[in-house]
Design a protein around this ligand. Sequence first.
Ligand code: NAI
Length: 334
Amino acid sequence: MKIAMFSTKDYDRRSFDRANDTHSLDHQIRYLEARLTPDTAPLAQDAAAVCAFVNDDLSRPTLEILAALDVELLVLRSAGFNHVDLTAAHELGLTVARVPAYSPHAVAEHTLALILSLNRHIHRAYNRVREGNFALEGLLGFDLHGKTVGIIGTGQIGLVFARQMAGLGCHILGYDPYPNDECTALGMEYVDLDELFARSRIISLHCPLTPDTHHLIDANAIARMQKGVMIINTSRGAMIDTRAVIDGLKSEKIGALGLDVYEEEADLFFEDLSDKVIQDDVFARLLTFPNVLITGHQGFFTTEALANIADTTLLNATAFETGTGTLHRVTLDG
Ligand code: NAI
């Protein structure tokens, strides 16, 4: 199948070429560095499928151009599909497929890395020691053991993260409209959001971005949290109202913030902008806080996850083309 793959980096080429060879799939992949937008969509000319990543623009205008080019399949190399206008895709006859699970461990372990780094100020200690500054003032942490951790969204990643926190001796609270028996078996206490906000020393987001979860963490939610709370978001940026967390950091209501995602990340993440002036003043403000640690959407970025993403994406294309194997289709209901 001819596949036009947008937003590609060298690591994508390596993992997809390997998957194509390993499974003897013979897909013809056109690797494009450009992000998919209405302006770049014509680059999919001659392709039957388009492969997109998390910050590609899959709104109706883009999908209309792809459909006019006779693209039939949209293969997402991600689990999340909040960036796709599913109604438009359905109306235009475009099939959408995704990678439902590639490594919950990758994201859960990155979440843990953010928590441990923030709590023990590793990001600051690293720089201090390199400068010959061995003072400890400002590096005080707390024992995670015995603390209460609130997990919002207890699906695949939330479960792995819950196991890690239980292993550290934390008490775990969960909020999810569909409680997970494996979490309950770990000792997780399912509570409503208000109670989770009020009781948690650390709050971590692991649910999808939907209209319900958009700005789930806003000024009202922050007001209900403990003073000094640590908030971690490795899910999708728009679940946090960034201006509200900046206010919370300034008032010291929020004691630490760890982000792997940001609501306006599409113009920033995955690119080397070190020679450029950052134009996003809200993001620039976030970078000024000593107790904020931001990574550029790298939670998924492990060898195992990249291999699984490439395998499932190409096998989705094969399933669509031949009708054999599993097509991980995204329907209008999700
Ligand atoms: P999943 O589908 O296994 O679990 C999501 C859970 O969220 C489900 O149990 C669902 O019932 C729950 N949920 C739905 N609406 C909710 C609400 N309003 N409040 C609380 N919980 C709600 O998904 P998985 O694989 O655990 O991934 C979670 C999220 O992690 C993805 O949606 C994606 O946004 C993000 N992600 C981030 C990555 C990164 O690189 N930083 C990589 C992969 C996923």
